[in-house]
Design a protein. Sequence first.
Length: 304
Amino acid sequence: MSSPFLCVYGHTNLDHIMSLEEFPPKNTSVNILEKRRYFGGTAANVATIAASLGVPTALASFVGTDLPMEFKRLMERSGVDLSDLKTVDGYETPTVWIVSDSRHDQIAFVYQGPMGVMDRFEIVTDMAEKADHVHIMTGRPDYYLKVMRKIKGTVKGIGFDPAQEIHHVWDAERFREACSLSGYFFCNQSELLTAQRYLGVASPEEMLDVVPMIVNTIGSKGSVIYTKEGKVEIPAIGSKTIIDTTGCGDAYRAGFYAGLFRGLDLRECGIMGSAAASFVIEQRGSLTNVPNWDAVVERASPLL
Ligand SMILES: Nc1ncnc2c1ncn2[C@@H]1O[C@H](COP(=O)(O)OP(=O)(O)OP(=O)(O)O)[C@@H](O)[C@H]1O
Ligand SMILES: [Mg+2]
């Protein structure tokens, strides 16, 4: 791809979802009742869904030598440029094992692989430097601050979206700098509260002195976009069924950027986000029910 509209930084992950009757005591074993492997990771999700919605998109991420060919093909078939997806020798691909028991309690085991030590690597910015918009998700803060400082002058916009890592991977000082280098900050409800705490403010409106736009998703209640011009409230869009909400936030981002790519206004971009998310929650796994642009527009049109 010569120059992508969007370049997404973050995890490319394998997710193993398992269920048990009961968690076993230490030094014993237990049979798994059901197990499935899903392709996911914040950046792989946003990039694959955005590309499926017709957005020229590149993925910038670190994986191990065991990345399944099937995962790579899925991303390529969707149109994702993988030239900045780097394989790091000596590591396996980031993997999460999520185990739940019959009471729906969960234990997760997280293997970060190369993403856990990416701040030791030289930054990769080939596609980001050519992109209109760069979206920065999970991964090491020091790496991303270097990327943001380097590309700030060349891109139209930087979206900052540390997701759940805002709580335990970022700190107030690094968070403030990342916001000040960004054009827009994405978060869900709990992430917004941590962001306000880091910036020492009591409302999203007060954060706008540091970052010009905030896109806050609020689950089934939809989303709110804050700018100095005011607040835009966007409803969620009903799904046929709700099976698994994992990855709905990532799908929202992809729909949002697909709207930006087509020159839509902020409210319309948010509605495209809601519409894209409404598909992903109809199936288990973030990349199992990825819509195309026509399907998203059809579902969004009553609200446009
Ligand atoms: N139950 C639901 N019904 C319809 N739409 C939903 C529902 N839950 C989430 N969504 C859509 O997905 C968007 C993102 O949801 P949410 O705020 O829960 O993100 P999140 O917490 O980042 O999720 P995750 O990180 O698990 O992907 C919402 O703004 C909404 O449009
Ligand atoms: Mg999220």
